[in-house]
Design a binder for this molecule. Structure first.
Ligand SMILES: [Zn+2]
Length: 294
């Protein structure tokens, strides 16, 4: 079974992670633009980051047989810096048209400030203009309120709900997200928030429609193999193979191909690996024997 991890920050991960993910069946990833652990102080840092997401990182994934797509945005945390917001929103339209960009994200609320709301709103409008989906991050503190406010904002802007993925759901927020018509993402973390067993229970209770899971792995304590691990937990719990496949493959393809930037037939064919390839003269290898083939 092919798997899709539709929220993983590969820039923060190693080639060992890529190799392990490919071996576990992960054939495609979405890398949302996010914050880097400390605030950036120049708009140019965002531009270089966007360039790496559509360039080097995409190449690096392909070197391990994984298709890489991204969503671009100014994230909620850094949306609190007015100078950055203006500069990043000015350059974003150009980058939203690049190959491999399938949406706007992650956007949303962190501390639920007016500045975050302004950037959130403007980026949803931008997604509509570029015919893209949006990936909405929900806050870790006061998640219920943050989710309600996110759904209100989407409704007030009349943005189509079938183009919205509300992420990092839990037992408390999932029912309202499903009722809204938006897609519901779940980030499976080690020892906190949502885990494999709780995810199994949610699937048994709510079914598979519009349900998506991801690892949200980044530079923090996280695990890029959480999608395959959760698929295994579902299998052990007796969830039918067809339902597991819907969650880990069909649903992300269906959602992220909405804007026509992700081609299902390309994803379904095996990715050819040729580690002799270079990206702007650079290789992922350090003198090792290149792997060539499937
Ligand atoms: Zn994230």
């Amino acid at each position: 079974m092919k798997l899709f991890d539709p929220h993983v920050h590969m820039t923060s991960r190693t080639t060992d992670d890529y190799a392990a993910m490919a071996a576990a069946g992960i054939a495609a990833v979405i890398e949302p633009a996010f914050w880097l652990g400390q605030p950036r102080t120049h708009v140019g840092s965002f531009e270089d980051y966007f360039l790496s997401l559509v360039g080097w990182e995409r190449f690096r994934a392909r070197q391990f047989g994984i298709r890489h797509f991204c969503t671009l945005a100014i994230n909620p945390k850094e949306a609190n810096d007015p100078a950055l917001v203006e500069g990043v929103l000015e350059l974003l339209p150009r980058y939203l048209e690049k190959d491999g960009v399938v949406g706007v994200g992650e956007i949303g609320y962190d501390d639920m400030t007016a500045a975050e709301e302004g950037a959130f709103e403007r980026q949803v409008v931008m997604a509509a203009k570029h015919d893209l989906i949006v990936l909405v991050h929900t806050p870790h503190r006061d998640k219920r309120r943050g989710t309600e406010r996110s759904l209100d904002l989407i409704r007030n802007l009349d943005f189509p709900v079938e183009r919205v993925l509300i992420d990092h759901n839990n037992e408390e927020t999932l029912p309202m997200v499903l009722d809204s018509g938006c897609w519901a993402g779940h980030s499976i973390y080690p020892n906190t928030k949502m885990d494999e067993a709780r995810m199994v229970t949610l699937v048994q209770r709510y079914g598979v429609e519009r349900i998506i899971i991801n690892s949200a792995a980044d530079w923090g304590v996280s695990d890029p193999l959480k999608v395959p691990k959760t698929a295994s937990a579902m299998r052990v719990a007796g969830i039918p193979e067809h339902d597991i496949e819907t969650i880990v493959w069909e649903n992300p393809i269906c959602f992220f191909s909405t804007g026509g930037r992700l081609d299902r037939s390309d994803l379904e064919s095996a990715a050819a690996v040729d580690q002799r390839e270079l990206w702007q003269g650079n290789s992922v290898l350090r003198g090792q024997e290149p792997r060539v083939g499937r």
